[in-house]
Design a protein around this ligand. Structure first.
Ligand code: NAI
Length: 475
C-alpha cells in the first residue's frame, strides 16, 4: 500500500535525514515528514551551514584587512559587499538542502511535506501546508524534530532589534553596536561574524568564563585572543531586560557577584542563551510519552521512548538528536539516527558518548573531546597533562597562525587519553586524530609515536602528547 511504511521519520535535520538513509540502506521502506519547504532542519537552513558560510566569508574580509600586509600582499580600498556575501551563503544552503532531496530520491525515501503528529503508535498524521490531512501507516516512528532557540521572558524576540541566531544570519546592514547575550557557541560564532564585518560587539555572559563547559584554561586563552580581535566581554553578569526605543535597545544587566545594575546600548541584541527541545504538536501527551522537566523526550539505551505510566517503553517509537538529553550537536544526532535505524532493522546500533567532539568555530577555533581537567578533578581521577603552544609550531609560524595551544590529558596510571583540548588553527579538523585514538582507547604514547607529517599544525598534538611524559622536543 502506498501509505504504509516500515519507518516514518518526523523531521529532516541531520539526525532525521541520516537515520532515514541508513534505514533505507538496510531495506526499510522509509518516509520522511518535514514541515518546512526545504530539508535539512536547523543545521542546514539556519544553523551550522549558513553560519560557517558567513564565518568563512567574514574571515577572508578580516584577513585582507589585518593580516595580508604582513605577508607582503597589499590590497587597497577593500570594501564589503554584504548582499553578495549573503547571497553566497544562501546558495551554499540551497546546494546542501538540494543534496538531501537528491539522496532521498537515490535511496527511494518518500518525502511528505507537512506537520507530523503521532495519531497512534502505528499512525502518523500529516497536516499539509494547505491544511489537508493524510495518515501514514507505519511499523516504526523516529522522532527527530530537533530544537528551537530559548527566549528570555523579559526580552522577547521582535525579529529586528532583539533577534535569535536565525535573524543574525540575514542582517542586511552591519550593526553599529551589537550586544550578544550568552558566550556559548552561537554567541561567539555569530558575534565573530559581525565583529569582523565591522560591528562593535559586546558579549554579556552570566558565567565567569566563556565557551560553556569547555576546558577553563583554554577558554581563558580564547577569551584573550577574542579580546585582542576587539570583542568586548562582560562576564559574571545577568541580563535583566531591554528597553527598545525606535531602533535602539538599552540592555540592562546586573553583576552576579554584587547585584550592581548597569546597562549598555545596542542597535541589535542577539539572544544566544541555549536551545530547547521542539515537540510542539507531536501528540506526545496523548500517547503518554515521558519528558523531563526541561521538555527532553526520555528514551532507553535503544532510543525507544519511555512512557509516563509504568508501562514499558514503546518498542517501535524512537527519538533522537536535540529532542532527547545530551549535547545539542548535529553529529550526535546523526550517530543516534543511524544507531536507531540499525536497531529497528535488527542490527547492533550503538553510540559512544565518550568521544563526541565539540567545536566552536571562532578563529582560532576551539575543539575538544573527552574530559576537561575540571571534570577529572571533580571525579578524583589522577591524570597527567601535556601542553604545546602553536607559537612553537613551525607550520603555524609560517602561516602566522600562532594563537592557541593543545592540551592532552592522560590517565596517570595507564597513559590512556582521557581528553584533548585545542585552541588553534583548524582545531575543528585536528581534533579527530584524538577522537580516533580515544575510540580505540589509545594512550598518549600511541599519539606521540604515530607519524605526523612535518611541517603541519597536527605536530602540535604530537608534541603535547609527548609532553605528557615530559618529552616535548620542539622549542
Ligand atoms: P549555550 O548553552 O552553549 O550558551 C548559552 C550561554 O548563555 C551560557 O553560557 C549561559 O551562561 C548564558 N546565559 C544564559 N542566560 C543568560 C542571561 N540572562 N544573561 C547572560 N548570559 C546568559 O547556548 P547557545 O550558544 O545558544 O547554543 C545552543 C546550542 O546549540 C548549544 O547546545 C550549542 O552546543 C549548540 N550549537 C553548537 C554549535 C557548534 O557545535 N559549533 C554552534 C551553534 C550552536
Amino acid at each position: 500500500m502506498a501509505n504504509t511504511f516500515d519507518l516514518v521519520v518526523i523531521g529532516s535535520g541531520p539526525g532525521g535525514y541520516v537515520g532515514a538513509i541508513r534505514a533505507a540502506q538496510l531495506g526499510l521502506k522509509t518516509a520522511v515528514v518535514e514541515k518546512d519547504p526545504t530539508f535539512g532542519g536547523t543545521c542546514l537552513n539556519v544553523g551550522c551551514i549558513p553560519s560557517k558560510a558567513l564565518l568563512d566569508s567574514s574571515e577572508h574580509y578580516a584577513t585582507v584587512q589585518h593580516e595580508l600586509a604582513a605577508h607582503g600582499v597589499l590590497a587597497k580600498n577593500v570594501t564589503l559587499d554584504l548582499p553578495t556575501m549573503l547571497k553566497r551563503k544562501d546558495k551554499v544552503v540551497l546546494d546542501n538542502t538540494n543534496g538531501i532531496a537528491f539522496l532521498f530520491k537515490k535511496n527511494k525515501i518518500a518525502s511528505v511535506q507537512g506537520r507530523g503528529r503521532l495519531k497512534s503508535t502505528t499512525e502518523v498524521e500529516v497536516t499539509r501546508p494547505d491544511g489537508s490531512k493524510e495518515i501514514l501507516q507505519t511499523r516504526n516512528v523516529m522522532l527527530a524534530t530537533g530544537s528551537v532557540p530559548n527566549e528570555l521572558p523579559f526580552m522577547r524576540f521582535d525579529g529586528r532589534t532583539v533577534i535569535s541566531s536565525t535573524e543574525a544570519l540575514t542582517l542586511t546592514t552591519v550593526p553599529k553596536k551589537m550586544v550578544v547575550i550568552g558566550a556559548g557557541a552561537i554567541g561567539l560564532e555569530l558575534g565573530s561574524v559581525w565583529l569582523r564585518l565591522g560591528a562593535d560587539v559586546t558579549v554579556i555572559e552570566y558565567g565567569n568564563k566563556i565557551a560553556g563547559p569547555m576546558d577553563a584554561g583554554l577558554s581563558d586563552r580564547l577569551l584573550r585572543v577574542l579580546q585582542k580581535q576587539g570583542m568586548k566581554f562582560i562576564l559574571g553578569a545577568k541580563t535583566t531586560g531591554a528597553e527598545v526605543k525606535k531602533s535602539v535597545a538599552v540592555v540592562k544587566f546586573e553583576t552576579v557577584a554584587d547585584g550592581a545594575k548597569n546597562s549598555v546600548e545596542a542597535d541589535v541584541v542577539l539572544v544566544a542563551v541555549g536551545r530547547k527541545p521542539y515537540s510542539e504538536g507531536l501528540g506526545l501527551e496523548d500517547l503518554g510519552i515521558a519528558r523531563d522537566p526541561r521538555g527532553f523526550v526520555l528514551v532507553n539505551e535503544h532510543f525507544q521512548v519511555l512512557t509516563t505510566t509504568n508501562r514499558p517503553p514503546y518498542p517501535n517509537i524512537f527519538a533522537i538528536g536535540d529532542l532527547i538529553p545530551g549535547p545539542m550537536l548535529a553529529h550526535k544526532a546523526e550517530e543516534e539516527g543511524v544507531a536507531a535505524a540499525e536497531l529497528m532493522a535488527g542490527h547492533a546500533g550503538h553510540v559512544n558518548y565518550e568521544t563526541v567532539p565539540s567545536v566552536i568555530y571562532t578563529w582560532p577555533e576551539f575543539a575538544a573531546v573527552g574530559a576537561t581537567e575540571e571534570q577529572l578533578k571533580q571525579n578524583q581521577i589522577s591524570y597527567k597533562v601535556g601542553t604545546f603552544p602553536f607559537s612553537a609550531n613551525g607550520r603555524a609560524r609560517a602561516a602566522m597562525q600562532t594563537d592557541g595551544m593543545v592540551k592532552v590529558l592522560a590517565e596517570a596510571k595507564t597513559d590512556r587519553i582521557l581528553g584533548v583540548h585545542i585552541v588553534g588553527p583548524r582545531a575543528s579538523d585536528l581534533i579527530h586524530e584524538a577522537v580516533a585514538i580515544m575510540e580505540f582507547k589509545g594512550s598518549a604514547e600511541d599519539m606521540a609515536r604515530s607519524f605526523h607529517a612535518h611541517p603541519t599544525f597536527s605536530e602540535a598534538l604530537r608534541e603535547a602528547a609527548l609532553g605528557v611524559d615530559g618529552h616535548t622536543r620542539q622549542m
